[in-house]
Design a protein around this ligand. Structure first.
Ligand code: SAM
Length: 451
């Protein structure tokens, strides 16, 4: 790649002789040239600026001087082989605080150019007709900004562009692998990095990185990358398409307050249900319950169950008794899209079929964990389930949480197993008078923390 930098301060770019960029120049990967704009002035004072039309503070860089400079520089051949210069891609890059933000995607795109010419402004910037003229003449012109602040000149912004673009050139990095996981390459920020010494000023390297369990390390890094992005760059999270995240990453993102969706994650709240929400939760329960029923179950039986067990009144009663019924909801925008219902059995005991074997008599019963179909795969169900577990642990009322799920619903069983549940038996669950076979699953709770 050939890069030409045009500036009134050529010495500014001596920094480019250092490090990898200097080496790329020596190896022939990069042909980098710096030009003094004043070389194209015609007056005795070598002036490059004049007062702004329309008045105002400061001076503006003259289009006639820039025009002569850029005509000459843009006409130079980026490659030695004449035949191949025909289709060469040349880009005129003009740094300006009013330009489009320079992003990794833009750097990746510009790394595909053959010839990059950067016009470094000073004073109040370059006369707008320079960018307009070359664009109108069919040139590719990119007016870019390196951030929402104002520098004195475009040289620092040119250095930034050169660094961002050249490190992406084939053969530039010793280890191209290091480009793959970087911040911004996958739409999120990179996880934190650690090296020796293992203990430094009382701070330890996270234990998981020392164990050699590559699966655990990968998961830990993915979670920390998500945490960082949520804390520092919610704008990136809201632009992150779900397809870039696997199931575990989506669940972690949901636990951090965002539901993965195709067009970008949406703010998500998982919270206790309010007493006045009974009708909305009952409607959600009636929408979602049929989704988990086996095909063999007659529609009338499901309808009967919804009418009797999932009525507005039954949710009204449960919400009035939070000591026994814990209901959490998942909310995206104004919509309730998921809920859990956990029954603290207390002295009343567990429902039929759940007692005995490995199940402690006072176990909490996760009666429902449902998410609207449109949000399946978003990570909401996993985050809701974990929140329900923490909620029960906080009450200090139980040492186990138990549930029953239809034998045919292997997807649900896999989901609960991933969340630490294991099989403890079977039960019969009656839906609208029809008997169904359920698998009973149990998870041990960590030390109960009384409220
Ligand atoms: N009057 C201009 C404005 O408010 O948009 C600011 C001009 S600035 C003082 C002078 C030069 O610094 C610009 O022409 C541009 O080359 C460079 N510059 C300043 N801030 C920049 C930024 N955030 N990104 C890219 N270039 C910048």
């Amino acid at each position: 790649m050939r890069i030409d930098l045009v500036t009134i301060f050529p010495q500014y770019f001596t920094a480019l002789d250092l490090s990898l960029i200097g080496r790329a120049g020596q190896s022939g990967l990069l042909d980098l040239r710096v030009h003094d704009l004043r070389g194209w002035t015609t007056d005795r004072h070598h002036s490059v600026d004049d007062a702004p039309y329309g008045g105002g503070a400061g001076m503006v860089m003259r289009p006639d001087v820039w025009g002569r400079a850029l005509d000459e520089v843009l006409a130079q051949d980026p490659r030695v082989d004449e035949a191949s210069t025909l289709g060469a891609r040349r880009v005129l890059a003009i740094p300006t605080p009013s330009g489009s933000p320079l992003t990794q995607a833009m750097a990746e795109d510009l790394a595909g150019a053959d010839h990059l010419v950067v016009a470094c402004g000073r004073y109040e910037g370059i006369d707008q007709r320079v960018a307009d003229y070359y664009r109108d003449a069919g040139r590719e012109v990119v007016e870019y900004s390196i951030g929402d602040y104002v520098l004195n000149g475009g040289e620092a912004a040119a250095l930034v562009l050169v660094e961002a673009v050249t490190r992406l050139l084939d053969g530039f990095m010793g280890n191209p692998e290091s480009l793959v996981e970087e911040s911004h390459s996958a739409g999120i920020l990179e996880y934190p990095a650690y090296t020796r010494p293992r203990s430094w000023r009382g701070l330890e390297v996270p234990e998981v990185l020392l164990g050699g369990d590559h699966g655990a390390i990968r998961r830990w890094r993915q979670e920390r990358a998500i945490d960082r992005t949520v804390e520092r760059r919610p704008d990136l999270v809201e632009a992150l398409p779900a397809r870039l995240l696997d199931g575990a990453a989506r669940e972690h993102l949901a636990s951090r307050g965002y539901a993965a969706a195709e067009t970008g994650a949406r703010p998500l709240a998982i919270r206790p249900a309010r007493p006045d929400e009974a009708p909305r939760i009952a409607a959600l329960a009636r929408r979602t319950f049929p989704l988990a029923c086996p095909d063999s179950l007659p529609a009338e039986a499901i309808e009967d169950f919804c009418r009797t067990e999932l009525s507005d009144e039954s949710f009204d009663q449960m919400l009035a008794d939070p000591a026994a019924h814990r209901i959490l909801v998942a909310q995206v925008d104004a919509d309730l899209v998921g809920y859990t219902l956990t029954v603290l059995s207390g002295p009343r005991g567990l429902p039929d079929g759940l007692v005995g074997g490995r199940i402690a008599p006072g176990a909490a019963y996760l009666s429902k964990c449902y998410v609207d179909e449109a949000w399946h795969g978003s990570g909401i169900a996993g985050a809701l389930l974990e929140e329900a577990v923490v909620d029960v642990e906080r009450t200090g009322a139980a040492s186990q949480i138990v549930l029953g799920t239809n034998e045919a619903n292997t997807r649900a069983q896999r989901f609960y197993r991933r969340h630490g549940f294991s099989r403890a038996g079977r039960r019969v669950f009656v839906v609208g008078g029809v008997e169904n076979r359920d698998v009973v699953l149990v998870r041990k709770l960590t030390t109960a923390v009384p409220r």
